[in-house]
Design a protein around this ligand. Structure first.
Ligand code: GLP
Length: 260
């Protein structure tokens, strides 16, 4: 894994650069999008680049990681609506090119298989943006998830529901108990994974998944096995890394660094 420690705004611009370069090389590229607050700076930076005419997503496709089960279509906190609000509405990606797991499906298992098949049919994800939960989860793969898992229904932990209750008027009882999520095996098929984590609240999770053992108890740790992963962290999120100095790839300390 390459670990980049820099101020949050720099991190967002680095990730946006990678996305813009990808689309300039391949206008039909496939983006993997994460919800949550961590990637918001990246999406704002991407939207700015689009507005200044640097990039188009008109021929692209995007797949989100996960979706709550039980929120009606169009619910403002459904991840489909969130990602439309945070990114898709600000660029020219056609809405029909935005794919999200169908958390309203009658047969959730079939919907999960259809989702994995649609990612494969699109040729796989070129750049996957990821956040990480305070317990080390990626997408909604909570601790204990199979490291080879595919898209499926999962039960959310109390901790994740509590973390996410801020989007539901601070009321955990309004947070769904289940979700559909890309599996860890699905996520690992992306060709380049870019995980962003900022703030002290992520420091323990970052230290565990970067420097701890690869274990289903900390799902993000499986990223250690992927051939092309970039971890973008600010000083706070990096604060518990033991080998912190080794990882510091800031512009001034590693001026020849070529980007993500
Ligand atoms: C949710 C999402 C994850 C996200 C995590 C962290 O559980 N399913 O994809 O990474 O929250 O969110 P945040 O970036 O808001 O801390």
């Amino acid at each position: 894994m390459e670990i980049v420690i820099a101020p949050a705004a720099d991190l967002s611009h680095r990730a946006a650069d990678a996305i813009v370069s990808l689309y300039r090389t391949n206008p039909q590229a496939v983006l993997g999008l994460a919800t949550g607050s961590s990637p918001l700076g990246i999406y704002d930076a991407v939207a700015e680049r689009f507005q200044s005419g640097d990039v188009t997503f008109a021929a692209g496709q995007a797949f989100t990681l996960d979706e709550y089960v039980g929120l009606e279509t169009g619910h403002p906190e459904s991840y489909r609506e969130v990602i439309i609000r945070d990114l898709v509405s600000k660029v020219d990606l056609p809405l029909e090119a935005l794919h999200t797991p169908d958390g309203t499906a009658g047969d959730l298992s079939a919907a999960s298989q259809v989702y994995d098949a649609s990612i494969a049919a699109a040729g796989g994800v070129d750049i996957q943006i990821l956040g990480v939960g305070t317990d080390g989860h990626i997408a909604f793969n909570e601790p204990g998830s199979s490291l080879a898992s595919r898209t499926r229904i999962k039960t959310l932990t109390e901790r994740t529901r509590s973390d996410n209750s801020r989007f539901f008027n601070g009321d955990i009882t309004q947070v769904p108990t289940h979700c559909l999520t890309q599996g860890i095996g699905t996520i690992l098929e992306a060709r380049h994974i870019v995980l962003i984590a900022t703030g002290k609240g992520k420091a323990d999770a970052v230290a565990q998944f970067v420097e701890g053992p690869v274990t289903a108890s900390c799902p993000a740790s499986v990223l250690q096995l992927h051939p092309h992963v970039t971890i973008l962290v600010d000083d706070d999120a990096a604060s518990k890394l033991a080998r912190r100095d080794y990882y510091v790839y800031t512009y001034d300390r590693k001026p020849d660094w070529q980007g993500l």
